[in-house]
Design a binder for this molecule. Structure first.
Ligand code: EPU
Length: 417
């Protein structure tokens, strides 16, 4: 199995292009289920998770074109089997995003329950509760959710917590429901807005995307559309954190600066100089970073998907940073691996107290999830000597061409067996 070998100690310099957002592309691919007409997408990232979603959709009878140069066309002329089996769902929890669209389009769906996850429990009760409020009958049998509704009805749904894929699932279902759906306590993440924009291009009537209340007027059918997937704000933040840790000067192009506010604020606090353009971000870091404290929160708060990378930054920063994770209960697995590199981290409940050390030392470490892998790369770039990261299939799920992009910036990073 492939591993990633990172030799630390070099600053980063040059330019890198940000890819399309994984967490926008995944729901948008599922939106193809809502229409028999073609959905032509651009800026689709070349990632394992996107391939998995495309495969899942193809299994249901969706025609999925070849992905080339970020373009991908999908057409769900007919849906053979509205089923997402355990084999697919267990490899990617986002598969649950087919539930709402399938139910709305076919009147029934059978989707495996996702089961456990490395970063926390991650139940889907809010997805189920919302669809039930819209008139669906949902039973759970043999590890599968069996959902049925001749036609979903618009409803008022107040979600108990902010859930990104929950909001996306219900928004997609509501576009084909009879009447108006109001989703309260909706997620405000830019990926939700990107999905709403795609759905609107398909003819859906959605108001309030990007706010806590979404109002969706159901239609009898949706049309095809062309949509460009938004830039990946977490990939953007990961490279910014890498430069803040390793030092240097880098310009990121193809980015969406208005989506990375909380990350940029913390980087400035850490001592980075940042210049935002219309679709570019330039970062310069001279000298050692200052430790920052942060608490994860739903958007526009500090993203849980950036927490691990900032923990890596705090490991070599001057001073002590306190990192509190409020979204997932078990998202500190990277702390134990960072300790193998010489980091000084004390975990107390959902808070990690990180005392910056002068130098990390390269070692063999294990990636436990996607963003944990990214934090090990950030740490590896500044550690003395070689860091060998195992289980990097996690990275391939969510970072397009990571080692090529970092190599082009001067990092010593390569895939080894
Ligand atoms: N939750 C429930 N019940 C539900 C749904 C969520 O209790 O029915 C809880 C979760 O357990 C969690 C919190 O609500 O404690 C928030 O979870 P959310 O549903 O927002 O997470 P998600 O939609 O499953 C998406 C991203 C994650 C990202 C989170 C939080 C996608 C495909 N995934 O997950 O991305 O961490 O939102 O922003 O959009 C990643 O890219 O590495 C990743 C994990």
């Amino acid at each position: 199995m492939d591993k990633l070998l990172v030799t630390g100690g070099r600053p980063l310099a040059g330019e890198a292009r940000v890819s399309g957002a994984k967490n926008a592309a995944l729901p948008i691919l599922c939106a193809a289920l809502l229409t028999e007409k073609p959905l032509a997408l651009e800026n689709v990232p070349r990632l394992m998770d996107v391939r998995t979603m495309a495969k899942l959709l193809a299994q249901m009878g969706v025609e999925v074109g070849a992905q080339s140069d970020g373009r991908l066309e999908l057409r769900a002329k007919g849906i053979r089997e509205p089923v997402a089996g355990y084999e697919m769902v267990k490899t990617m929890r986002a598969s649950v995003l087919v539930l709402g669209p399938l139910l709305a389009r076919c009147g029934r769906a059978r989707v495996s329950l996702p089961g456990g996850c490395a970063i926390g429990a991650r139940p889907v009760d809010q997805h189920v509760k919302g669809l039930q409020a819209m008139g669906a009958e949902i039973t759970v049998e043999h590890g599968y959710m069996n959902a049925e509704a001749k036609r979903l009805r618009g409803a008022r749904v107040t979600m108990d917590m902010v859930t990104v894929t929950g909001t996306e699932n219900l928004m997609m279902a509501a576009t084909l429901a009879e009447g108006t759906t109001v989703l309260e306590n909706a997620a405000r993440e830019p990926e939700v807005v990107d999905l709403a924009n795609c759905l609107k291009a398909m003819g859906a009537k959605i108001e309030g995307a990007g706010t806590e209340v979404l109002r969706i007027e159901g239609m009898s059918s949706l049309s095809g559309a062309r949509h460009r997937v938004m830039p990946d704000r977490i990939e953007t933040g990961t490279y910014l954190a890498a430069v803040a840790a390793a030092g240097g000067k880098v310009r990121l192009t193809g980015a969406a600066p208005d989506t990375v506010g909380a990350t940029v604020e913390k980087l400035v606090e850490a001592g980075a100089r940042i210049a935002l353009g219309a679709d570019s971000i330039e970062i310069e870091m001279a000298g050692r970073a200052r430790a920052v404290s942060l608490t994860t929160a739903p958007y526009p708060g500090f993203a849980t998907d950036m927490q691990a990378q900032f923990m890596a930054l705090d490991c070599i920063a001057a001073g002590t940073g306190t990192i509190t994770e409020t979204i997932f209960e078990n998202r500190f697995m990277h702390a134990l691996e960072l300790q193998r590199l010489g980091a000084d981290i004390a975990i107390q409940g959902n808070t990690a107290v990180v005392r910056g050390v002068e130098q990390l030392q390269g070692a063999s470490v294990m990636a436990t999830d996607l963003r944990a892998s990214a934090s090990l790369v950030v740490a590896g770039l500044v550690a003395q000597g070689e860091t060998l990261i195992d289980r990097i299939y996690h990275l391939d799920r969510g970072y397009e061409g990571l080692e090529q992009k970092l190599s082009a910036l001067g990092a010593r990073i390569s895939r080894v067996r």
